[in-house]
Design a protein around this ligand. Structure first.
Ligand code: SER
Length: 315
């Protein structure tokens, strides 16, 4: 990775990823792109709608990119509201990105998700290679995406790589329209109001990860020796698995008056119920040395500290 074009660079992952990539590879070697310029990104930026393959090709070529990190996509709950649009954006964008990577010989990363699993998948310690019959449009897109990335590697030799991210938690940019978003909202509401109403029911376990570990995983996988990768795309990775009352209890250690109640959203609950409780990331550990630094305890300390600072600065 020396000259990197990033799509969806203003999204939840992208906005922090470009900062990390610029720290490592140099500010001018990372081209941030997104459908709108909503904020300043302190470095090269171009407006790019990922359904426009010609512009994606031209921008990548002019920039002299050797790597594409394709992040632009709709998350699970938003995709469920408009499945046809989700198909066009998630699959159309990915096909365009893979084609540009093939034409310009770019190393390629795109994330899959725990959403690529479904109700018939083994729920606990979900294996790397297992049944994948997701019941959401997002999941359908993710499975198709995993297969497409494998196909572009075996058929065209494109150096495609990817992980299945769990729910990602960060204080910088809020997620938009995911099922796991409650685990971000809860920290904001704890700091702002001292209470939170969870739309996910007590007892619903999902895998999660703190953003610094997610960003490091992208860099580590892209820098890994390709000859050691047996899976290439869709590596299971996770840092922790918890359910709402466990994250609430962890927050209470720092904000003793914090209270949580429930008002379950049937749509997002159904999505969460179709996903694993906890996934097995041993293939990622074996093939490229994946390691997470943050557990629930350490993440909570950092989130509360950073959000206290951020929200105080705003008010
Ligand atoms: N965080 C994502 C979502 O909830 C899962 O990949 O949609």
């Amino acid at each position: 990775m020396k000259k990197i074009i990033v799509t969806g660079a203003l999204g939840q992952i992208g906005s922090e990823l470009i900062v990390k990539l610029r720290d490592i590879y140099g500010k001018d070697n990372v081209l941030a792109t997104d459908i709108r310029k909503e904020k300043d990104v302190n470095g090269p930026f171009e407006v790019l709608d990922v359904t426009d393959e010609n512009r994606m090709y031209e921008l990548s070529k002019q920039f002299g990119a050797d790597t594409m990190i394709h992040m632009a996509a709709l998350l699970s709950a938003t995709a469920e509201k408009n499945p046809q649009f989700a198909w066009n954006l998630n699959m159309g964008g990915l096909m365009n990105a893979l084609e540009v990577a093939r034409e310009l010989n770019l190393q390629f990363f795109t994330p899959s998700s725990i959403g690529a699993f479904g109700p018939s998948t083994p729920k606990d310690n979900t294996p790397q290679d297992t049944l994948q019959r997701p019941t959401t449009m997002y999941g359908v897109n993710k499975v198709a995406g995993e297969l497409l990335c494998d196909y572009y590697f075996t058929r065209y030799g494109v150096d495609t790589r990817g992980v299945r991210f769990p729910g990602l938690i960060s204080y910088a940019t809020p997620p938009g329209g995911g099922t796991t978003d409650y685990a971000v909202d809860i920290y904001y509401k704890a700091v702002e109001n001292g209470r939170y109403t969870s739309y996910i029911a007590e007892g619903t376990y999902m895998d999660m990860m703190y953003m610094p570990d997610a960003l490091q995983a992208i860099v580590d996988l892209m820098e890994a020796d390709g000859s050691k990768l047996k899976h290439r795309n869709a590596f299971n990775i996770t840092a922790m698995s918890f359910e709402p009352s466990q994250i609430a209890a962890e927050i209470k250690k720092h904000i003793p008056t914090f209270e949580m109640d429930y008002d379950v959203d049937p749509t997002r609950q159904a999505i969460a119920d179709s996903w694993p409780n906890s996934i097995d990331s041993s293939a990622a550990v074996e093939e490229w040395g994946f390691k997470a630094q943050y557990n629930l305890e350490k993440m909570t300390i950092d989130m509360l500290e950073k959000l206290n600072r951020k929200l105080k600065a705003i008010s």
